[in-house]
Design a protein around this ligand. Structure first.
Ligand SMILES: C[S@@+](CC[C@H](N)C(=O)[O-])C[C@H]1O[C@@H](n2cnc3c(N)ncnc32)[C@H](O)[C@@H]1O
Length: 248
């Protein structure tokens, strides 16, 4: 299991959360009674869901006790739980999952199970990164291979496959967007991935080799993402969005 460090993850929170905010604007539920945020992390977006629908009961679920401990300072109900097995006590109006389902295997089984949690007329709203083929993530893998670590590709399917999986369960929209995040400071793309994608490699590499792995990734990522004349580094990042409306 990947270990999450809430403070490190939060460094680029504005950029990391923009896709989740954009996803939220596409949800057209007027007055949902029950909302679940699966893989809620530090709970910033969960709190925004609660702000948008103040009368709803909002629950954030995350497998990481560290993330849940950081999230507990907001107003929502939070529980430590595993998306693979967690079930709501009854049907809900909105299941929201921002940047979490890419960690769960077997999407042909997972997505119909999530839609089955929703009342007729309710919605499943999902965002997942499609970062596997970006230079940043290719570097993590090629340097990882030099350290004897091979990582399986994420379980995320081709966008069109989600239509097929959900065709008989929900009215489904899928779209893909590439954000061009403008980052500042020293080697920011390295700092970004070291809080997320790099963790999967570090947990498979001996601790006494972590600095060597990090240093080589830092060197190659700095070359792949040089700053512009204004000192900004542009980080293109592609994401898949899905909105499934359960039939009335
Ligand atoms: C990239 S963070 C996203 C957090 C939050 N949704 C956000 O947008 O800031 C991914 C989160 O998914 C959680 N996660 C990964 N696998 C999980 C699982 N099987 N069950 C519950 N949470 C999981 C991690 O602990 C982490 O907090």
């Amino acid at each position: 299991m990947t270990t999450w460090d809430p403070d490190h993850y939060e460094e680029f929170f504005a950029q990391r959360h923009q896709p989740g905010r954009d996803l939220m604007t596409r949800i057209d539920l007027v007055d949902p009674a029950d909302i679940v945020d699966l893989g809620c992390g530090t709970g910033r977006l969960t709190a925004e869901l609660a702000l948008r629908w103040p009368d709803a009961s909002v629950t954030g679920i995350d497998r990481s006790p560290e993330m849940i401990a950081a999230a507990a300072r907001t107003v929502v109900d939070y529980e430590v739980g595993d998306i693979e097995t967690w079930e709501p006590p009854g049907p809900v109006d909105l299941v929201f999952a921002n940047a979490s389902l890419q960690w769960i295997d077997d999407h042909p089984r997972l997505f119909p199970r999530l839609v089955a949690m929703i009342r007729p007329g309710g919605e499943l709203a999902v965002q997942m990164p499609l970062s596997w083929d970006q230079p940043s993530h290719r570097i993590l893998r090629s340097v990882g291979a030099e350290f004897g670590v091979e990582i399986a590709s994420p379980p995320t399917l081709d966008p069109g496959d989600y239509h097929d999986i959900l065709a008989s369960h929900a009215d489904t929209e899928v779209w893909v967007t590439t954000y061009h995040h403008v980052l500042s400071g020293e080697n920011p793309v390295f700092r970004w991935v070291s809080a997320t994608g790099m963790q999967r490699f570090l947990k498979r590499i001996d601790v006494d080799r972590h600095d060597d792995y990090r240093d080589e990734c830092a060197r190659q990522i700095a070359t792949a993402y040089p700053p512009n004349d204004r000192g900004e580094t542009v980080f293109p990042f592609t994401r898949l969005f899905l909105l499934a409306r359960a039939s009335d």
